[in-house]
Design a binder for this molecule. Structure first.
Ligand SMILES: Nc1nc2c(c(=O)[nH]1)N[C@H]1C(S)=C(S)[C@@H](COP(=O)(O)OP(=O)(O)OC[C@H]3O[C@@H](n4cnc5c(=O)[nH]c(N)nc54)[C@H](O)[C@@H]3O)O[C@H]1N2
Ligand SMILES: Nc1nc2c(c(=O)[nH]1)N[C@H]1C(S)=C(S)[C@@H](COP(=O)(O)OP(=O)(O)OC[C@H]3O[C@@H](n4cnc5c(=O)[nH]c(N)nc54)[C@H](O)[C@@H]3O)O[C@H]1N2
Ligand code: SF4
Ligand SMILES: [Mo]
Length: 729
């Protein structure tokens, strides 16, 4: 028996785990009490880390489809099959014939942080899609416009705020998103314990709402009205005060003009929040010494997602809470170099190219995943004939996934990098499973940049490599080499070396190659990033600074202190200021105004997350699915009576996109007019190798979500507020 420490890679909270290991198996996982950031917190998913990595259904060798069946082959055979499948398609139809879909766990692996960009570059296709367009793309776009870069996203300074307004997030179950905060619930309770308050806006009385000082129901998809009503009140009652931001913000007057039309009395009918309450929220936000507004998935996956995300930060700016302790602040991760300039830069643009079928602008080099099926199904020049998925399950996670499922079934070739034969990868001709988390190192390139307190942690592999397995960096490197024409036989090391020299050159340290430490290719790239990063040792120039070696000496992480003000240097806008008003958002405000008197009588569907699930892919862990069925359709008692639905009985749901049957759960947790079904279920498709999940299949809510509606500014899918018809089955 031995103990090892490791960051949990399963959600954004980045908790430290203490693992007990016997005979190369993780037999227990608990919270690491000495961890600088999570201090012993763990959730049921982290606690099943060993069961997940030991899952007997997990693939450990590559699969190739022969005569309709997936059979195990060697790695060399698998890469040869990839080359043989892709080459003729690319030669005949060009680079855009290959579409790439990147799923959520790419944000949770070192390979995702380091090897996906070179892979996409080598593919040279414009048909790049990812889970970002069913998630946070609106935040990237609004932050891009406001601050000049799509990754410059402020996070609520949870540990120092006095008043927090939360919209469309349920951290009691999700443990937080775009705000890395281990024990998010504990940090919310601490706000109350120090005399502060938090208010939750959600169409459902979630566990977070239950703990809040106040919960306001809101009609799905209408947060932009509520937030504009707050902005209107801030101006009307002269409550705006930029405080330290004075001189660093432009466009305030334009926002004042835009907000004129959105008086609380005007928007109250659309959003369902009483006008008096909207005014009161504005006054509370303005009166609090330290306040923050935080909006997450429920404010992003809606038709006005970018506008809503922008309004969140407009309020943070107008109340003087942006970039201020206790407000919304910009973290600084150890692998990043801080900018030191005046804050001017090129700014953010979209639409450098457009999607072939529906003409969507490129955003951050991607198209909306809502149009992937169009690109596969529509014949003509540039049609997608092959797909590569990396760590994604779009057949369960993207809008009108029934249609995408059929489209993937008709491809010329498909390859998936994934540890499971699931609803998506069953369509793949070749499946390449990476080594399990226990056998690879971990550093959160994505989430340390969104942490509510600056800290750094690296975990080395806790188990020895599997001699027959392949690390994900090697898998992605070999795919990259195939796509760049170097052939299936070329060793991954060729790319590893090339990336290392490029990283050293970019950091201006090509002469330091001999000093780089690290057992694996990802570790060596991390060492370069951290040593040349914000707190790094500069390869000896700044003794005592961070390096991979220092991280290895600190298995419980290194605390780098509370968040610090970073404006103006953090900005990259053409004016060097926070640019509050961009024409695209002004136009979108006009569209919001036009939508004010839309008919809002139809029943609408929203989603929900449960603590024991993680999108679509952890339902094969017995401890996480045992107990009562969680994939139920929540219906308010008044609606159940009206629609003749009974608790425990099946109901038929129909939307523009599809239909399904789900078991009704009558509960006043959802507001009248709204029903809720979780996503990530529907594990009863043929050809899937998920024996536990198949015994608890549930239904796929994305059969109902509509790929034809997106947030126009970001291309984000609309997953909440779906009009549905419901009747007893
Ligand atoms: N209706 C509705 N739909 C939603 C949402 C919603 O709220 N409502 N939420 C959306 C959100 S926020 C997201 S992020 C997306 C997620 O969408 P996806 O990323 O497409 O789906 P996941 O379910 O996260 O699937 C992850 C896949 O990665 C694989 N995997 C796990 N670990 C690894 C690894 O280390 N390496 C590799 N290569 N693969 C791995 C799993 O086997 C699985 O196939 O779903 C979205 N879909
Ligand atoms: N246990 C668990 N944890 C997870 C995940 C998981 O699947 N399970 N997924 C991870 C991922 S990929 C992500 S992106 C994060 C997401 O983290 P969160 O953003 O916290 O996601 P949810 O828990 O889905 O909370 C979204 C809330 O928005 C509400 N909502 C829906 N529509 C609207 C609306 O129009 N307006 C408002 N105001 N609210 C609305 C829903 O009722 C729900 O309570 O969670 C991560 N953590
Ligand atoms: S909260 Fe997230 S990071 Fe923490 S143990 Fe649970 S799944 Fe892992
Ligand atoms: Mo997500």
């Amino acid at each position: 028996m031995r103990t090892a420490y490791r960051t949990c890679p399963l959600c954004e909270a980045a908790c430290g785990l203490e693992l007990t290991i016997r005979d190369d198996h993780v037999v227990a996982a608990r919270g690491d009490r000495e961890h600088v950031f999570s201090q012993g917190f763990v959730c049921p998913k982290g606690a099943t880390f060993g069961q997940l990595t030991d899952d007997p259904d997990r693939l450990r060798r590559p699969l190739v489809r022969r005569d309709g069946r997936h059979v195990e082959v060697s790695w060399d055979e698998a890469f040869a099959a990839v080359e043989a499948g892709l080459r003729p398609i690319l030669d005949e139809y060009g680079r855009d014939a290959l579409a790439i879909y990147l799923g959520n766990p790419n944000a949770h692996t070192m390979a995702g942080g380091l090897y996906v960009t070179p892979l996409v570059k080598a593919a040279g296709s414009r048909n790049v899609f990812s889970a970002s367009t069913v998630d946070q793309m609106p935040k990237h776009v609004s932050s891009g416009y406001l601050f000049g870069h799509p990754l410059t996203i402020p996070v609520p300074d949870l540990d120092r705020t006095d008043f927090l307004l939360i919209l469309g997030a349920n951290p009691w179950e999700s443990n937080g998103s775009l705000a890395t905060a281990a024990d998010f619930p504990g940090r919310l309770k601490a706000i109350q314990a120090r005399g502060g308050r938090f208010v939750v806006v959600d169409p459902r009385r979630t566990r977070t709402a239950e703990h809040a000082d106040e919960h306001l129901f809101i009609r799905p998809g209408t947060d932009a009205y509520l937030l504009f009503g707050i902005v209107h009140t801030l101006f009307a009652e002269e409550l705006t005060d930029l405080r330290d931001l004075t001189g660093h913000v432009t466009g305030v007057e334009t926002v004042r003009e835009l907000a004129r039309a959105f008086a609380p009395e005007t928007v109250t009918a659309a959003c369902g929040v009483p006008a008096g309450r909207i005014r009161e929220l504005a006054r509370q936000l303005a009166a609090a010494d330290r306040a923050a507004v935080y909006g997450r998935i429920g404010t992003c996956t809606v038709e006005f997602g970018t506008l809503t995300s922008w309004l969140v930060d407009v309020i943070n700016v107008l109340t003087g809470n942006l970039d201020r302790p206790g407000g919304a602040m910009f973290p600084l991760a150890a692998h990043l170099r801080p900018s030191s300039g005046s804050g001017t830069g090129r700014g953010f643009t979209v639409g450098r190219w457009r999607s072939r079928v529906r003409g969507f602008p490129e955003v951050k080099g991607e198209f909306p995943v809502a149009t992937l099926a169009d690109e596969i199904e529509t014949a003509g020049d540039g049609q997608v004939r092959a797909v590569l998925t990396v760590a994604g399950n779009p057949v369960l996670s993207t809008p009108n996934s029934g249609r995408l499922d059929r489209a993937l079934g008709g491809l010329g070739f498909m390859v998936s990098v994934d540890p499971y034969l699931n609803e998506t990868t069953r369509h793949a001709d070749v499946v390449l499973p990476p080594l399990e988390s226990t056998r690879k190192g971990h550093y959160d390139f994505s989430f340390l940049g969104f942490a509510v307190r600056n800290f750094a942690a690296y975990s080395p592999p806790v188990l020895p490599p599997d001699p027959g397995g392949l690390d994900e960096c090697d898998v992605l490197a070999r795919l990259t080499l195939i796509l760049s024409g170097q052939g299936a036989q070329t060793e991954a090391a060729v790319l590893h070396a090339r990336l290392l020299s490029a990283a050293l050159a970019k950091a201006g340290c090509s002469d330091k190659a001999g000093l780089v430490r690290g057992d694996g290719p990802a570790e060596r790239l991390l060492d370069v990033a951290v040593r040349t990063g914000a707190y790094g040792d500069g390869f000896g120039d700044r003794p005592g600074g961070l390096s991979l070696e220092r991280l290895l000496e600190n298995p419980h992480g290194i605390d780098l202190g509370p968040l610090q003000p970073r404006i103006p240097a953090v900005l990259k806008t053409p004016s060097g200021t926070v640019e509050l008003c961009v024409p695209a958002l002004a136009d979108e405000s006009a569209r919001l105004l036009d939508a004010l008197d839309r008919d809002r009588d139809q029943m609408v569907l929203i989603g929900r997350r449960h603590l024991r699930s993680n999108n679509s892919w952890m339902h094969n862990v017995p401890a996480l699915v045992k107990g009562r069925d969680r994939c139920t359709l929540q219906v308010h008692p008044a609606d159940a009576a009206k629609l003749d639905l009974s608790d425990g009985e099946p109901a038929q749901l129909t939307s523009r996109a599809g239909a399904l049957a789900a078991t009704v759960e009558v509960t006043d947790r959802v507001m009248p007019g709204v029903v809720s079904l979780p996503h990530g279920w529907g594990h009863d498709l043929p050809g899937v190798r998920l024996s536990v999940a198949a015994a608890h299949p549930g239904v796929n809510s994305n059969v109902l979500t509509d790929e034809l509606v997106v947030d126009p500014l970001s291309g984000n899918g609309v997953l909440n507020g779906i009009p549905v018809e419901i009747k007893p089955l």
